[in-house]
Design a protein around this ligand. Structure first.
Ligand code: FMN
Length: 188
Protein backbone atom coordinates (compact mmCIF):
# COMPACT_ATOMS: atom_id res chain seq x y z
CA UNK A 1 0.00 0.00 0.00
CA UNK A 2 1.40 3.43 -0.91
CA UNK A 3 0.97 6.44 1.39
CA UNK A 4 -1.25 9.51 1.08
CA UNK A 5 1.38 11.52 -0.85
CA UNK A 6 -1.00 12.21 -3.73
CA UNK A 7 -3.08 14.32 -1.29
CA UNK A 8 -2.20 17.57 0.45
CA UNK A 9 -2.82 17.87 4.19
CA UNK A 10 -5.93 19.86 5.05
CA UNK A 11 -6.48 21.70 8.37
CA UNK A 12 -8.70 19.81 10.81
CA UNK A 13 -10.18 23.16 11.89
CA UNK A 14 -11.70 23.49 8.41
CA UNK A 15 -12.85 19.91 7.85
CA UNK A 16 -16.52 20.97 8.13
CA UNK A 17 -16.05 22.70 4.81
CA UNK A 18 -15.59 19.31 3.20
CA UNK A 19 -18.56 17.58 4.81
CA UNK A 20 -21.05 20.32 5.62
CA UNK A 21 -24.12 18.80 4.03
CA UNK A 22 -26.62 21.60 3.79
CA UNK A 23 -29.20 22.59 2.99
CA UNK A 24 -28.91 25.86 4.85
CA UNK A 25 -32.07 26.16 6.91
CA UNK A 26 -33.67 28.72 9.16
CA UNK A 27 -34.87 27.72 12.60
CA UNK A 28 -37.67 29.82 14.06
CA UNK A 29 -38.66 29.92 17.70
CA UNK A 30 -41.21 31.81 19.76
CA UNK A 31 -41.05 32.69 23.42
CA UNK A 32 -44.73 33.69 23.36
CA UNK A 33 -43.91 37.39 23.00
CA UNK A 34 -41.37 37.47 20.18
CA UNK A 35 -40.92 35.29 17.14
CA UNK A 36 -37.30 34.89 16.10
CA UNK A 37 -35.31 33.01 13.50
CA UNK A 38 -31.68 32.09 12.96
CA UNK A 39 -29.68 30.55 10.13
CA UNK A 40 -28.28 27.03 10.45
CA UNK A 41 -25.85 25.05 8.31
CA UNK A 42 -24.95 22.17 10.66
CA UNK A 43 -27.94 19.84 10.32
CA UNK A 44 -28.79 16.35 9.17
CA UNK A 45 -31.46 13.65 9.06
CA UNK A 46 -30.90 11.23 11.94
CA UNK A 47 -33.51 8.53 11.36
CA UNK A 48 -36.23 7.78 8.86
CA UNK A 49 -39.57 8.95 10.20
CA UNK A 50 -38.71 12.60 10.67
CA UNK A 51 -35.92 12.62 13.24
CA UNK A 52 -33.58 15.54 12.54
CA UNK A 53 -30.42 16.77 14.27
CA UNK A 54 -29.00 20.29 14.24
CA UNK A 55 -26.43 22.31 16.15
CA UNK A 56 -27.73 25.46 17.84
CA UNK A 57 -25.55 26.76 20.62
CA UNK A 58 -25.73 29.13 23.57
CA UNK A 59 -24.06 31.84 21.44
CA UNK A 60 -27.43 32.18 19.71
CA UNK A 61 -30.26 34.21 21.26
CA UNK A 62 -32.59 31.43 20.02
CA UNK A 63 -30.94 28.92 22.35
CA UNK A 64 -32.81 29.83 25.55
CA UNK A 65 -36.15 29.92 23.75
CA UNK A 66 -35.55 26.50 22.22
CA UNK A 67 -34.47 25.11 25.59
CA UNK A 68 -37.53 26.57 27.35
CA UNK A 69 -40.20 25.80 24.74
CA UNK A 70 -38.67 22.66 23.14
CA UNK A 71 -40.34 23.67 19.86
CA UNK A 72 -39.15 25.16 16.59
CA UNK A 73 -39.84 25.34 12.88
CA UNK A 74 -37.16 24.36 10.40
CA UNK A 75 -37.71 26.21 7.11
CA UNK A 76 -35.81 25.52 3.90
CA UNK A 77 -35.15 28.52 1.69
CA UNK A 78 -34.43 28.43 -2.03
CA UNK A 79 -31.13 29.93 -3.16
CA UNK A 80 -33.00 33.03 -4.34
CA UNK A 81 -33.30 33.91 -0.61
CA UNK A 82 -29.58 33.40 0.08
CA UNK A 83 -28.77 37.03 0.87
CA UNK A 84 -31.59 37.43 3.39
CA UNK A 85 -30.75 34.07 4.95
CA UNK A 86 -27.09 35.00 5.44
CA UNK A 87 -28.17 38.33 6.93
CA UNK A 88 -30.52 36.49 9.34
CA UNK A 89 -27.45 34.58 10.54
CA UNK A 90 -25.46 37.73 11.16
CA UNK A 91 -27.66 39.62 13.60
CA UNK A 92 -29.24 38.66 16.89
CA UNK A 93 -32.95 38.52 17.57
CA UNK A 94 -32.09 40.26 20.84
CA UNK A 95 -31.38 43.40 18.81
CA UNK A 96 -33.70 43.34 15.80
CA UNK A 97 -36.98 41.97 14.53
CA UNK A 98 -35.47 39.93 11.70
CA UNK A 99 -38.83 39.29 10.04
CA UNK A 100 -39.35 42.99 9.49
CA UNK A 101 -35.70 43.78 8.74
CA UNK A 102 -35.32 41.07 6.08
CA UNK A 103 -38.81 41.03 4.58
CA UNK A 104 -39.76 37.57 5.81
CA UNK A 105 -43.33 36.67 6.80
CA UNK A 106 -44.26 34.58 9.84
CA UNK A 107 -47.23 32.24 9.42
CA UNK A 108 -49.03 30.38 12.19
CA UNK A 109 -48.01 26.74 12.36
CA UNK A 110 -50.39 23.88 13.12
CA UNK A 111 -48.76 22.33 16.17
CA UNK A 112 -46.08 24.59 17.67
CA UNK A 113 -45.86 28.22 18.76
CA UNK A 114 -42.90 28.97 16.47
CA UNK A 115 -43.92 30.39 13.08
CA UNK A 116 -43.47 29.03 9.57
CA UNK A 117 -41.57 31.19 7.07
CA UNK A 118 -43.96 32.02 4.22
CA UNK A 119 -41.18 32.63 1.67
CA UNK A 120 -39.54 29.19 2.16
CA UNK A 121 -40.46 26.16 0.04
CA UNK A 122 -40.58 23.75 2.99
CA UNK A 123 -41.49 24.20 6.64
CA UNK A 124 -41.10 21.47 9.26
CA UNK A 125 -42.78 21.92 12.63
CA UNK A 126 -40.61 20.20 15.23
CA UNK A 127 -40.50 19.21 18.88
CA UNK A 128 -37.29 18.45 20.76
CA UNK A 129 -37.14 14.74 21.63
CA UNK A 130 -33.53 14.40 22.80
CA UNK A 131 -31.28 17.07 24.34
CA UNK A 132 -28.64 14.81 25.84
CA UNK A 133 -25.90 16.20 23.58
CA UNK A 134 -26.87 19.86 23.92
CA UNK A 135 -24.57 20.69 26.84
CA UNK A 136 -21.58 19.10 25.13
CA UNK A 137 -22.19 19.97 21.48
CA UNK A 138 -25.28 22.17 21.12
CA UNK A 139 -26.75 19.20 19.24
CA UNK A 140 -30.54 18.94 19.34
CA UNK A 141 -32.59 16.00 18.11
CA UNK A 142 -36.07 17.00 17.02
CA UNK A 143 -39.07 15.12 15.67
CA UNK A 144 -41.05 16.54 12.77
CA UNK A 145 -44.72 17.03 13.66
CA UNK A 146 -46.08 18.57 10.46
CA UNK A 147 -44.33 19.22 7.16
CA UNK A 148 -45.51 21.77 4.61
CA UNK A 149 -44.17 22.26 1.10
CA UNK A 150 -44.83 24.75 -1.67
CA UNK A 151 -43.01 23.63 -4.81
CA UNK A 152 -43.71 26.96 -6.51
CA UNK A 153 -41.19 28.55 -4.10
CA UNK A 154 -38.48 25.96 -4.74
CA UNK A 155 -36.76 28.11 -7.37
CA UNK A 156 -33.46 26.59 -8.44
CA UNK A 157 -33.20 24.57 -5.25
CA UNK A 158 -31.84 24.86 -1.77
CA UNK A 159 -28.72 26.63 -0.51
CA UNK A 160 -25.54 24.70 0.31
CA UNK A 161 -22.91 26.35 2.46
CA UNK A 162 -19.29 25.53 1.75
CA UNK A 163 -18.50 26.54 5.32
CA UNK A 164 -16.55 29.67 4.44
CA UNK A 165 -19.19 32.19 3.41
CA UNK A 166 -19.45 30.83 -0.13
CA UNK A 167 -22.55 28.97 -1.23
CA UNK A 168 -23.62 26.71 -4.05
CA UNK A 169 -26.88 25.66 -5.56
CA UNK A 170 -27.88 22.13 -6.43
CA UNK A 171 -26.09 20.54 -9.35
CA UNK A 172 -27.92 18.56 -11.98
CA UNK A 173 -29.71 15.53 -10.55
CA UNK A 174 -28.76 12.03 -11.70
CA UNK A 175 -31.26 9.18 -11.38
CA UNK A 176 -29.70 6.00 -9.92
CA UNK A 177 -32.92 4.56 -8.48
CA UNK A 178 -32.49 1.25 -10.30
CA UNK A 179 -29.27 0.65 -8.38
CA UNK A 180 -30.91 1.20 -4.95
CA UNK A 181 -31.87 -2.47 -4.74
CA UNK A 182 -31.14 -2.85 -1.03
CA UNK A 183 -33.42 0.08 -0.11
CA UNK A 184 -36.56 -0.19 -2.27
CA UNK A 185 -38.68 1.69 0.26
CA UNK A 186 -36.55 4.80 -0.24
CA UNK A 187 -37.24 5.29 -3.93
CA UNK A 188 -41.01 5.58 -4.08
C1 FMN B 1 -24.61 30.42 6.69
C2 FMN B 1 -24.73 30.41 8.19
C3 FMN B 1 -24.79 29.19 8.84
C4 FMN B 1 -24.91 29.15 10.25
N1 FMN B 1 -24.98 27.94 10.87
C5 FMN B 1 -25.16 27.89 12.21
C6 FMN B 1 -25.31 26.64 12.86
O1 FMN B 1 -25.31 25.57 12.24
N2 FMN B 1 -25.51 26.66 14.22
C7 FMN B 1 -25.55 27.82 14.95
O2 FMN B 1 -25.73 27.78 16.18
N3 FMN B 1 -25.38 29.01 14.35
C8 FMN B 1 -25.21 29.07 13.00
N4 FMN B 1 -25.08 30.28 12.38
C9 FMN B 1 -25.05 31.50 13.19
C10 FMN B 1 -26.43 31.97 13.65
O3 FMN B 1 -27.35 32.00 12.60
C11 FMN B 1 -26.24 33.37 14.24
O4 FMN B 1 -25.49 33.25 15.44
C12 FMN B 1 -27.54 34.11 14.45
O5 FMN B 1 -27.26 35.47 14.66
C13 FMN B 1 -28.33 33.57 15.62
O6 FMN B 1 -29.51 34.31 15.73
P1 FMN B 1 -30.16 34.61 17.16
O7 FMN B 1 -29.06 35.19 18.02
O8 FMN B 1 -31.27 35.57 16.89
O9 FMN B 1 -30.62 33.28 17.69
C14 FMN B 1 -24.96 30.36 10.99
C15 FMN B 1 -24.91 31.58 10.31
C16 FMN B 1 -24.79 31.61 8.93
C17 FMN B 1 -24.74 32.93 8.23
Amino acid sequence: MTGPDQFSPYPISKVHRLIEPGPVITISTSDGRHDNLMTNGFNMPVQHGGLIGFVLGPWDYSFDTLRDTRECVIAIPAIELAEQVVDVGNVSGADVDKWERFGLTPLASASVAAPLVAECFANIECRVVDDRLVDDYGLWIVQAQHVWVDDSKRGTGEIHHRGDGTFSENGEAIDLRERMTKWPSLID
